[in-house]
Design a protein around this ligand. Structure first.
Ligand code: SF4
Length: 217
């Protein structure tokens, strides 16, 4: 197959976004949160855990510990007990407590709004930082999770699994205004049709816009 130009990829991405928006009109972050702080904690908890499980845990968690200061001061074992169902709870509790200490002492309990500052917090990687920036603050940010990586590869937009490289490549291809929704749409499509186990190309409404059509002939 000839190498596809950047302009062609950009055009295809725009059409794909349009169709995905039509198919998943309510596409959004599936974690429940009421503030940037809650989204930050929920996203840390979502590592190696389903969003559904996190959503079951956070109402009680934030009821007991509404602020960063509360998280900082709570007994570590108590925090572990509250987040236990999300898995890897010992590490998560330690990170969350360290993260909240910095939020309180350095940022006056506010959430910083740059990738660099956010990802310097304990337990916060680039992906979590971009989730908070894009979803809580509306700052254009590209989140590359497992669905985005898999689908963007299958769609022929990029190659490999290096999240930082994929993030840069996708930011060149997808329109800036669609960076945040791109993640949510690809997650929805990755759960419904282009699943990790099998790409159900025969029932996919993107087949004419996806290089997979070449293999289906
Ligand atoms: S055509 Fe196949 S590979 Fe492409 S997005 Fe649809 S299911 Fe995924």
């Amino acid at each position: 197959m000839p190498r596809e130009s950047l302009a062609s990829k950009q055009d295809r991405a725009q059409k794909i976004v349009k169709r995905l928006k039509k198919a998943y009109p309510d596409s959004q972050c599936s974690l429940h949160y009421k503030s940037p702080f809650q989204l930050l904690i929920a996203t840390i908890l979502s590592a190696q855990c389903t969003d559904e499980r996190v959503n079951q845990v956070v109402p009680r968690l934030f009821q007991f510990l509404p602020t960063a200061k509360d998280f900082m001061e709570v007994n570590l074992e108590r925090l572990e007990e509250l987040i236990r169902p999300t898995g890897f709870y010992k590490n998560k509790a330690k990170n969350i407590q360290a993260c909240c200490k910095v939020l309180v002492e350095k940022y006056d309990s506010q959430i910083p709004q740059s990738v660099e500052e956010l990802s310097s917090l304990a337990g916060v990687g680039r992906k979590t930082a971009n989730v908070v920036l894009g979803t809580a603050f509306g700052v254009p940010a590209m989140v590359v999770d497992t669905h985005v990586s898999r689908l963007s590869n299958r769609m022929g937009f990029c190659k490999g699994s290096n999240a930082v490289k994929l993030e840069q490549e996708l930011m060149n291809i997808v329109e800036k205004k669609d960076w945040v929704i791109w993640t949510h749409l690809l997650i929805d499509h990755g759960r419904a049709i282009c699943t990790a186990r099998k790409a159900k190309c025969e029932e996919c409404f993107l087949i004419d816009l996806c290089p997979q059509r070449e293999y289906k002939k």
